[in-house]
Design a protein around this ligand. Sequence first.
Ligand SMILES: O=P(O)(O)O[C@H]1O[C@H](CO)[C@@H](O)[C@H]1O
Ligand SMILES: O=c1cc[nH]c(=O)[nH]1
Length: 286
Amino acid sequence: MKIAESDLIINPDGSIYHLNLLPGDVADTVITVGDPDRVGEVSKYFDRIEFKKGKREFITHTGFVGDKRVTVLSTGIGTDNIDIVFNELDALVNIDFETREVKKDLTSLNIIRVGTSGAVQPDVPMGTILASSFGLGMDALMNYYIHELSGDERSLLDDIKIHFAHLKNINPYLTSANDVLLNTIGKDMEKGITVTAPGFYAPQGRQVRAKNAVPDFIGSINSFKSNQNRITNLEMETAGIYALAKVLGHKALSVNAILASRVKLEFSKEPNKIVEKAIKMVLERI
Ligand SMILES: O=P(O)(O)O[C@H]1O[C@H](CO)[C@@H](O)[C@H]1O
Ligand SMILES: O=c1cc[nH]c(=O)[nH]1
């Protein structure tokens, strides 16, 4: 079936609407980062850069680490941007731009996020590099997509819904990391459930001047337990990445550079060093 011009928007130069990339520009291994300035911090370790492109907050560098072709791409902040990045990445590899039809042979990308995050457990200090075993979305993105849960995801989400029943008007969603990526790139890293929030301040339990409607948000997050699973950290993209990757048949892992301890009320004085450590660990393991 031909995808409408209004649904899949191709720029006059043949590139996709927001990412400004052509089919063929995306490597099978994609590193996503939130901050556009972090793209160069990753690609500075490439042995060769093939090209640099960008539009808005979506900066892309594709190049080689040894013989391996790698794309690093910034998503900007939030799962609304993840909606754009993941649909467009998928279209670039799985839709024929000439016929506007889905290709017969689908490509499954390996997608690794290198992001920053705040820890909610006292034994997860600043400086930790943490791999998200699950992404738990408190945002609304997945209300708009049909997505199916595995048995494990379903039973964990049932426990989560009971624990967070006091949070009105929130319909949490949960997706696991890709097992292979979790056990290779995430090997020996701290692991835990990552909560993806639809904001940085009150949606992550922060209070500056505007008053918080949810009392003790951090307390209700770090007290959740189901078998060996606990919530370790908060950020703004992982759950959307895991859920859309699964819907579209890609493999995803989120690696978090822990910059803040929300229970010790600390924020790192050297955030770049922690991010650098996460970048190097991921590049050594891809
Ligand atoms: O450092 P990045 O990857 O942007 O990730 C985290 O930092 C931003 C908030 O400061 C949010 O995007 C959050 O998820
Ligand atoms: O606490 C934090 C730190 C980084 N990014 C977030 O979203 N939250």
